[in-house]
Design a protein around this ligand. Structure first.
Ligand code: 3PG
Length: 214
């Protein structure tokens, strides 16, 4: 794995964030995540101010790995890079975007759940995939089944992951990290519940640590 994937994997969980008010919340959110032992974020382009959020979070916590999620166009890749994103996440596998990211030298995690997706990802030279939407696509059982013909990939499942099932995923060696919005919900962010976010991060990190030690 390249250094970005290594770092994400060592942290173990990736908060998937939709930030509606970056000027107000970006710095506090970045601090809360880092304090909880999760210095990584996938800031999704589902909110209009995503690029601004990436920029502000990166400035507030320079050691944090801030990436862009729900990237749907090469124009958004440019916007994300310009804002300082360290990685790109796409919900599906779009060959044009993957190649564009490779040309630009930025790590890309493309959403894959089927043999056809994995096969295309293999031909594109990808090593780590986003497995999305994880629970809805068959969860850990499907990830294990997919790793039989495609043992070369590590995956980052996202979608339907919470403190309840996080540990289970790490019983499987192909898991690089798990993503989720459960520690950064709209309620937590909009109501400034930074301590709760930190606590959820701490709990997540602990679960990953214990599961990996088994
Ligand atoms: C994503 O884009 O990765 C998902 O929407 C996050 O899924 P979750 O909200 O079920 O954690």
């Amino acid at each position: 794995m390249n250094p970005i994937s290594e770092k994400i994997s060592s942290i173990g969980v990736v908060p998937v964030i939709k930030l509606n008010n970056p000027e107000r919340d970006a710095a506090d959110l970045a601090a809360a995540l880092c304090k909880g032992g999760v210095p990584v974020a996938e800031v999704t382009f589902r909110a209009a101010g995503a690029a601004k959020a990436i920029k502000l979070m990166s400035e507030a916590q320079p050691d944090m790995l801030v990436g862009a999620g729900t990237v749907l166009t090469t124009a958004q890749v440019d916007e994300a890079i310009e804002a300082g994103a360290k990685f790109i996440v796409t919900p599906g596998l779009d060959i044009e975007i993957v190649k564009y990211c490779q040309e630009k030298g930025i790590e890309i995690y493309a959403g894959c759940t089927t043999p056809t997706d994995y096969h295309a990802a293999y031909k594109l030279g990808l090593e780590v995939l986003k497995f999305f939407p994880a629970e809805q696509s068959g969860g850990l059982a499907k990830i294990k089944a997919m790793s039989a013909p495609f043992p070369m990939f590590k995956v980052m499942p996202t979608g339907g992951i919470s403190l309840k099932n996080l540990g289970e995923y790490f019983s499987c060696p192909v898991i690089a990290a798990c993503g989720g919005s459960y520690m950064v919900t709209a309620d937590l962010i909009d109501n400034g519940k930074w301590d709760e976010i930190t606590e959820l991060c701490e709990k997540s990190v602990q679960i990953v640590k214990e599961a990996r030690a088994k």
